[in-house]
Design a protein around this ligand. Structure first.
Ligand code: GLY
Length: 351
């Protein structure tokens, strides 16, 4: 098992390895000794596969459990479902000492984390990521949110989990398309921080060692969160490919997965950076080839004018500018604020 300590304002460990769900009860007992009840939040794709294992372990630890199941998919990450979950917690009489357990991917983790931040002004929650995307990114760092009609993650809070227990066994039932979607965030991490990881992905493709690569990505995220927990500076780097990515994801009405959209956003940014003389030609070439190796898209036909409107409503906008993360080399990126005209020209160069 790998353990990565996250030195946030409320510090915690991320554990990565097989069999963690079978030890969940003992983990909850030691992490949240005052908890008298657990609320397991999951979705209708993950619950039937993995909830029984979690519930069995919690029952063996004599922890009473309530279960709340959402329809799977990003469309469930809504304020209505947040309120419904909070009402359920209240109807099950969960107290401030109790603990929410987020068993699933990014949607379940983000929504459960926000519910934990709000319920009785804040209760403990533990992330149990079951997708690659959640394992390497969304379950770590305390960003919680739901989407609003105007955009993704527009309602949220920073609320650090009590722990992240990433049971790598759950990846065995992850649909191939979802696994490949998560690979976009792994490639993103490599472009941002880790040329050796990038080379490993080029060599090994989708067969890369799950546990070691997840631990490596989490360690990079630890470094960013330790420096900029509240996302006022360096943490914006993690947005590589996301400004355009969120725009194409929303424009597709979520027919594109988050990872596919981020792959498109990343490839466009790399081509734009090269055309604007900000990175050497090898960068877009290697990045596009690697994304394609993972079966991920690297182009979009959506018109730039439409995408611009969506990018300008992204929450990374500040004043009149949007922070764009621009690769300078494999393993090094810069944060470049761009006004509307500069953003338009830059994106046009990459599309
Ligand atoms: N997923 C981006 C971040 O945690 O900042």
């Amino acid at each position: 098992m790998n353990t990565v300590h996250i030195p946030a304002s409320a510090p915690y460990d991320v554990q990565i390895g097989p069999g963690l769900l079978t030890r969940l009860g003992g983990a909850v007992k030691s992490l949240c000794p005052k908890a008298g009840r657990c609320l397991v939040v999951t979705d209708d794709a993950v619950g039937p596969l993995w909830a029984a294992k979690a519930l069995d372990s919690l029952e063996k630890a004599a922890l009473p459990v309530s279960v709340y199941t959402l329809p799977h998919g990003e469309a469930s990450k809504t304020a209505d479902n947040l309120i419904a979950l909070l009402n359920f917690a209240a109807s099950e009489r969960l107290t401030r000492a109790d603990v929410f357990l987020a068993l699933g991917g990014g949607m379940v983790g983000d929504l459960t984390g926000l519910a934990a931040a709000c319920y009785m002004r804040g209760v403990d929650y533990i992330q149990l990521p079951t997708t690659l995307l959640a394992a390497v990114d969304s379950s770590v760092g305390g960003k919680t949110a739901v989407d609003l009609p105007a955009g993704k993650n527009l309602m949220g809070a920073f609320w650090q989990p009590r722990a992240v227990l990433c049971d790598t066994d759950t990846l065995s039932t992850l649909p191939r398309a979802d696994f490949l979607s998560g690979c976009a965030e792994v490639v993103k991490t490599a472009i941002l921080f880790d040329p050796d990881l990038f080379a490993l992905l080029e060599r090994e493709g989708p067969a890369f060692g799950r546990q070691a690569v997840i631990a490596r990505c989490v360690a990079h995220k630890r470094d960013v969160v330790a420096e900029d927990e509240r996302d006022t500076g360096r943490r914006a780097l993690l947005n590589l490919g996301h400004t355009l990515g969120h725009a194409v994801e929303a424009e597709s009405d979520f027919a594109l997965t988050h990872g596919q959209a981020v792959a498109i956003g990343t490839a466009v940014i790399c081509r734009a950076a090269e055309k604007c003389g900000l990175c050497p030609p090898e960068v877009p070439g290697r990045v596009t080839a690697l994304l394609e190796k993972f079966g991920l898209p690297t182009h979009t036909d959506y018109p730039l004018d439409t995408l611009m409107e969506r990018m300008l409503s992204d929450k990374k906008r500040a004043g009149g500018t949007v922070s764009v993360i621009v690769p300078e080399a494999i393993g090094r990126c810069a944060i470049r604020p761009m006004d509307r005209a500069a953003l338009y020209d830059f994106m046009k160069a990459g599309l």
